[in-house]
Write a protein that binds this ligand. Sequence first.
Ligand code: SF4
Length: 340
Amino acid sequence: MPVSDTLGRPLRNLRISVTDRCNLRCQYCMPEEEYVWLPREDILHFEEIGALVDVFAELGVEKLRLTGGEPLLRRGLPTLVRLLAAKPKIRDLAMTTNGVVLAEHARDLFDAGLHRVTVSLDTLRPERFKALTRRDSHAKVLDGIDATVGAGFKGLKLDTVVMRGINDDELVDLVEYGKRVGAEVRFIEYMDVGGATLWSMDRVVSRTAILEQLARRYGRIEPVIEESSAPADRFLLADGTVFGIISSTTAPFCRSCDRSRLTADGVWYLCLYAKEGMDLRGPLRRGASKEELKARIVPTWQQRRDRGAEERLAVANRTPLVQIGELRKDPHLEMHTRGG
Ligand code: SF4
C-alpha cells in the first residue's frame, strides 16, 4: 500500500540512525567536544528496528540507509544488516560511515548482505583531517576505503562536504583519488542544519563554483541525464569519470524528496530540517500492532508538506538553523542524531 504526501512524494526511502555516538568531531556536524546523548535504554533493539522496517516496507519503503552518528560504533551491526537484508521488500541496503573502523568490519558487513557503502572523506591531507575532525584517524579512513574494495563492495561513493577556506582547494585531488580507488565522489554543499553551529553562508561553496573549478581543470562537464530521486546531480568528465554534487543549500531538491529518518531511539522525522518528529518507540514497546503503527504513519506522511531546504533558501541573512543552547536541550535537533 504505497502512500504519497501532499506533493505526490512517495514514502520510499528510510534512513535509520543506529547510534547517535560518533568517533569524530567534524566542524560542520559536531563541532563541540561534549554532547547530550540519547539514553541507552531508549535505543531501539535490532528486533525493534526490524519490526518498524516491516511496517514501513508494507507502506512502500524499499531503500534503507544505515547512518549515525557513526553506525559502526553500534555493536553487532552485521547482525542488523543480516536481519534487514533478508526482508524481501527491501531492494537496496546501504550505509554511510566515516570509515574510521570500516577496515575491521567491511568483510563481515558485505557477507551479511550490505550492498553499498558511502564513506565521508573531506580531505586527502592528514593534518587537515586532524584539524577538521579533531581526531588523528585519516590513515584508518583510507584503509577503510581500500577494505571495501577488497571485501567485494561495488559502487563505492565518497562524500565530501566542501567548505570555503577549508578544503575547497582539493576538489580535483579528490576526483583523482576517486578514480584511483574506483569510487564516485560527491561534493556536498555545506548545510545550515542542526549541529552545524559554525555554519555561515560565506563558507558555502556553491554547485556553480564547484563546477567552475572542476571545468578549469577538466574542460567540458556534461550533466548525466537520469530519472532519480537521489540527492546528487551527477556529471560526466570527458574521460568517462562520473561525480556528483548535492546542492542542498543553493539548489535544493525537496520536490523529489522521498526520504524520512528514524533516530536510534525510534523518533521518525519527515525532513532533515523538521523541528519535531513522531515517537514510534513508545507505541512499539507498548505492543502496538502493525496496523496500529500504520495508522500513525500513513496520515502523517499523507499530510507531509516539508520542503526544509527550499524554505531556508528564502531566508535572508541566514545563520545556523539551531543555536547551541537549543541543541543542548534537545539532542534530536542534532544532525548526528537524525542521521544527516
Ligand atoms: S530539506 Fe527536507 S524535504 Fe528537502 S530534501 Fe532535505 S529532507 Fe527532503
